[in-house]
Ligand binder design. Structure first.
Ligand code: IVH
Length: 667
């Protein structure tokens, strides 16, 4: 029940509590409560604010997606212009920068901070008396676009600064970026919707900030990091390092990496260290930034019309290469989508030998006019998969033919199918060997049925030997079938049989994902499973009902309906059911096996998110704490475990890895 005795006070304390947990989740990545409890707090606050609108503040956590769609962005003049950075491209240029600095300031106090140069979109956010007032893009450095409503949807940006002693004015400057690990999914969805994919996370970020409807922006995986100030009334801060520490205290997210450095050779070492760490960051970097640490030196060093003299960007060697496109091959995906792949003359790129690159789809090849025999520039996108950026037309030999998409599937020779509603071109033959291989490999993959040992090459052998032709056949495999295959011994064959049997415990949501229904990803599968509870209800549903579910758009709904009305897939499901695969949600009886036990997390677990692991503990009556103390019973340690691991060991607290934790939970 809502206690109305002092609603104003209650609203304030709920806001504070939500803001605190918001920071723990989005800024510190150390949540203390479950998502469900967090949502409950928000619902409670919303109810109170509806009842007492006079006490609702603009910076209330309920106001993140409050804004209506705009017609156009207004302009706002920056109180202090937003400058740029001058660039250095090699160690000699950086050495000259260091030399210049040392000439102008006291050598003994010369200290630098090195930070990643985040490849995002620059932003300036103004807080007045702790409340977010407005957010402006860089624009031309003098005036920018007012993107306040869009920025407010980014959960790691506080709407209200934390702490009591906040300055009356604080402008923070930093970078908005799109989480690079979620970029591929965003593009996949765009392709499904027939939209042009974004070229890279930076473009996707810029595009997202330009959306006029904040509701749409809130669906994009945006985040922010801050590294500088605009106008402010902060008490004196002596160094850039302490500025970052101070920002953190206000709940503002700063770079996960910044190092204080005195010597030039250490500077170089740290540039390499930063580059090596960069694939672990959720943002792309386009170099490092070296800044003089002591702020009083900044005014001594001054600035040019474009950039400050106390900082410099150091650009890592460009991760591009030029090579010849020898051929374009076509890959057949599990849902039959045909994806063109560039077969390249091997070339060294960012430390690896690259032979292939993605060409996305037919429309992209035509747009970039890529022809076999061309010299192309390739680049590492998202630092992982190389892409073909463009053709070097000057190097094109005469008579190179325009690329024509094959008319028949390269795997099974069935005529291909182009649907006007989507960019993708497909093979619709359900017996297509490539499609089968990818379908079954998807079914067995870690996020689906999690059958270790049933990877692509084993699936390929099983298909070749006519041992499997669809997912249910997996459950008929016998030890004797496997022992005769290449690279199988008795032990590995028995392990695979055991893993196949274990997969029968996989939850309905994951089974649904494993079926490989076109356009239905992991999140949508979980949502649909939770909504319908039992597969029979999905057979009985309609497109209209499906579309009412969050995460399910018209394309997904149509695809589910087509899948479930196909007799071939109906048989697949029936057979899987017969083998004991779960096609309904299981209710976990609440148990108290962990009652009185306190758990602490450190590092990242290989499979479970902290939320998932916390839920499992709380469901069994256990408690989560953020700090190690004598009262802690278990420390669950993942990769890159922090100092908590040492502390736990000092105190003799039991340390569990993920699989030990799962054993504890399952016993
Ligand atoms: S400091 C006076 N630090 O790169 C400018 N900038 O190419 C102070 N950037 O304009 C900027 N990461 O938008 C700074 N750690 C970082 C940065 C960073 C990215 C952006 C920023 C800047 C641009 C220059």
């Amino acid at each position: 029940m809502i206690n109305d005795s002092d609603p104003k006070k209650l609203i304030k304390s709920l806001c504070d509590e939500i803001n605190r947990h918001n920071k723990l989740y989005y800024v510190d990545a150390k949540p203390q409560i479950s998502d469900k409890d967090f949502d409950n707090l928000l619902t409670k606050l919303e109810a109170l604010e509806n009842k007492f609108p006079q006490f609702k503040s603009e910076s209330s956590p309920t106001q993140r997606v409050g804004g209506k769609p705009l017609d156009v962005f207004n302009s706002i003049k920056h109180s202090i212009p937003m400058q740029s950075l001058s660039n250095t491209y090699n160690k000699e240029e950086l050495f000259k920068f260091d030399e210049r600095i040392r000439k102008l300031i006291d050598e003994s106090e010369c200290e630098y901070i090195i930070e990643p140069k985040i490849d995002g979109v620059a932003i300036s956010i103004r807080y007045e008396n702790g409340n977010l007032k407005y957010a402006v893009t860089r624009g031309d450095g003098i005036t920018g676009d007012d993107v306040t409503e869009n920025i407010k949807t980014i959960k790691s940006i506080p709407l209200k600064l934390l702490g009591d002693n906040v300055p009356s004015i604080l402008e923070i400057r930093g970078e908005i970026f799109l989480n690079k690990n979620k970029f591929e999914d965003l593009n996949k969805n765009r392709i499904k919707e027939g939209k042009e994919p974004f070229a890279n996370p930076r473009n996707a970020c810029a595009g997202s900030l330009k959306l006029l409807d904040p509701k749409e922006v809130s669906k994009r995986p945006l985040d922010a990091i801050f590294y500088n100030l605009g106008e402010h009334t902060l008490d004196k801060i002596d160094t850039h390092f302490n500025l970052l520490e101070k920002l953190k205290k206000y709940g503002i997210k700063v770079s996960p990496f910044y190092e204080k450095i005195k010597k030039f050779d250490l500077l170089l070492k740290n540039l390499d260290k930063l580059q090596n760490l960069s694939n672990q960051f959720p943002f792309e970097i386009d170099g490092a930034v070296v800044k003089v640490n002591k702020l009083s030196f900044h005014s001594i060093l001054g600035k040019t019309s474009k950039s400050p003299r106390w900082a410099v960007a150091y650009k890592y060697e460009s991760e591009q290469a030029i090579t010849r496109l020898n051929a374009i091959s076509i890959q057949v995906g599990r849902t039959g989508v045909l994806t063109p792949v560039a077969e390249l003359e091997s070339v060294q790129l960012a430390g690896t030998l690259v032979k292939r690159a993605t060409l996305h789809n037919y429309d992209e090849i035509i747009r970039k006019d890529i022809r076999v025999g061309d010299y192309v520039i390739i680049e590492k996108a998202g630092e992982i998969i190389p892409i073909v950026l463009k053709v070097i037309l000057e190097k094109r030999k005469q008579n190179l033919k325009k690329f024509e998409f094959p008319k028949f599937c390269p795997s099974c020779s069935t005529p291909i199918h182009k649907n006007n509603e989507e960019v993708a071109i497909r093979c619709n033959n359900n017996r297509c060997p490539s499609k089968l291989k990818n379908w079954i490999t998807h079914f067995a993959s870690r996020k689906a049925m999690d059958i270790t040992g049933l990877g692509e090459s084993v699936v390929e052998q099983l298909i070749k030997n006519k041992l499997i032709q669809s997912p249910p056949d997996i459950y008929e495999l016998k030890l004797s079938d496997l022992i005769n295959l290449e690279r199988f011994g008795e032990k590995s064959a028995q392990n695979l049989i055991n893993n196949i049997n274990d997969s029968k415990k996989i939850s309905f949501g994951r089974v649904l994902y494993a079926l490989g229904i076109p356009h239905v990803g992991k999140t949508a599968s979980e949502t649909i499973a939770n909504y319908y509870q039992n597969i029979n209800n999905i057979f009985l549903t309609t497109i209209e009902e499906l579309e009412e579910i969050d995460d399910v758009g018209p394309i997904v709904a149509k695809s589910i309906e087509a899948y479930f009305s196909n007799p071939e897939y109906q048989l697949v499901i029936q057979r899987l059911k017969n083998y004991g695969i779960k096609f309904e949600i299981e209710y976990v009886q609440s148990d108290e096996t962990l009652k009185g036990q306190t758990f602490v997390f450190t590092g990242t677990l290989p499979n479970l998110s902290r939320n998932e692991a916390s839920e499992k503990i709380e469901l069994r009556g256990g408690k989560i704490s953020s700090n190690i103390s004598k009262k802690t019973n278990y420390l669950i340690a993942g990769e890159a475990a922090g100092s908590k691991l040492d502390k736990a060991r000092d105190l003799g607290i039991k340390v569990l890895n993920e699989s030990e934790f799962m054993k504890l939970i399952n016993n």
